[in-house]
Design a protein around this ligand. Structure first.
Ligand code: GMT
Length: 375
């Protein structure tokens, strides 16, 4: 059954925006009509594709408003699009503000749409602790017609923290396998001046405090003490200046490449022997899946949804939060044993293709949409 689906997400670079955009494009390819209702054109969205439409939410900043009313402008735009385009489904990513704006929009059109909300983590694990917002987040969740979360651990945390009383389905994230696949690494290694035998560790994030990039650097320091290696720090964010200083203080400037935001993430991952994610909060860790799809073994912390992505001892290793000795020991175990590295790389690739298969996951969302339309 072809449906008319509205999608709202934060369109800027970030896992939730990427997943929402990829999902919209995949649904459009399957014949659904997809309407993005966002404050700007989502990164990676090609609006010239068939069945894709973009509705910009314009936020006016009149002098009387101390804060521009994004949530209300969004609700108003959602209501317009639901009416004009006769949307069946409004799929919002993040409970606040998006599910709350969707609820307002639904009220404005007398309930003529179903709301599906996907939780990505930040609204629950960061904002859920703020008592002034937790009632609002619970409201957004409970007023949705269906709710999904990107990991089972995120459901556990949501129920524990917010005491929600509605069913939530786990629907894992997926990546576009036309972008993330094992590529030929030789030329890029040469271009970066990295020797063919030198091992490469990498980290990709938005350099927020929760990503604990300093643990990545300390882990690398311990690995480099034993073998020839380089570290690629890919991405940008508030902690980058602190990390740059740390790298300098540790005398690792020549071993650590700070690349900033990159369009060639898949290429950089493909020349990596290991990918590290040492976060203190992570509902899923999309960057782990991106690395696995490039055939790279991953090491992540025992936090949030990470253990659902990495099968410990198969596609990589799970270490305790903050334990850089343990992370370095796992990294060295992989890097010193070529046979193990190849086995783990193949397992990572296989897991990305099966457990996180794009077609299966898009079908799960379609079934959830259909279920809401039956009620
Ligand atoms: O982690 C971030 O800083 C960005 C954030 C987002 O909203 O894009 O990521 C969240 O959603 C991603 C996609 O579902 C997940 O892969 C990330 O684990 C999750 N981040 C956190 O839970 C901290």
């Amino acid at each position: 059954m072809n449906m008319k689906i509205g999608i709202t997400c934060y369109p800027t670079v970030g896992g939730s925006g990427v997943v929402a955009t990829e999902l919209g494009m995949a649904l459009a390819e399957k014949g659904h009509e997809v309407h993005f209702i966002t404050s700007s054109l989502p990164f990676r969205l090609d609006e010239s594709e068939t069945n894709i439409y973009f509705h910009e939410v314009a936020v006016n900043s009149y002098a009387v408003f101390q804060y521009p009313p994004y949530d209300l402008a969004l609700a108003s735009k959602m209501a317009d699009v639901i009416k004009q385009e006769k949307l069946d489904i409004l799929h919002v990513h993040y409970a606040i503000p998006h599910a709350v704006s969707a609820f307002l929009a639904k009220e404005m059109v007398n309930g003529q749409v179903k709301i599906v909300t996907t939780l990505h983590g930040t609204d629950i694990t960061v904002l859920g602790y703020d008592p002034s917002l937790s009632n609002m987040i619970r409201f957004g969740i409970e007023k949705s017609d269906a709710v999904t979360a990107v990991s089972t651990d995120l459901i556990r945390q949501t129920e524990q923290l917010l005491k929600t009383r509605v069913p939530i389905d786990t629907v894992y994230n997926f990546i576009d396998e036309r972008i993330y696949y094992p590529r030929n690494p030789v030329s890029l290694k040469q271009e970066l001046g990295i020797g063919e035998q030198t091992k490469v560790l990498s980290h990709v994030s938005n350099f927020r405090k929760v990503k604990r990039v300093e643990d990545v650097v300390y882990t690398f320091q311990k690995v480099f003490a034993q073998i020839d290696a380089k570290l690629l720090l890919i991405g940008d964010g508030p902690e980058l200046p602190v990390i740059r200083e740390l790298v300098k203080d540790l005398g690792l400037d020549k071993q650590v490449y700070i690349t900033g935001s990159q369009k060639r993430v898949a290429d950089l991952l493909s020349i990596s022997d290991i990918k590290l994610l040492m976060s203190s909060k992570e509902s899923f860790g999309l960057v782990l899946l991106e690395a696995m799809a490039c055939g790279v073994p991953v090491i992540g912390t025992n936090i949030g949804g990470i253990p659902e992505v990495i099968e410990h001892g198969q596609s990589g290793f799970i270490c305790s939060l903050g334990d850089t000795d343990e992370a370095a020991a796992y990294a060295l175990k992989i890097l010193k044993d070529e046979k193990l590295q190849k086995k783990m790389a193949a397992a990572a690739l296989q897991r990305a293709k099966t457990t996180f298969n794009k077609n299966d996951i898009v079908s799960q969302y379609e079934l959830i949409y259909e279920r809401t339309l039956e009620t």
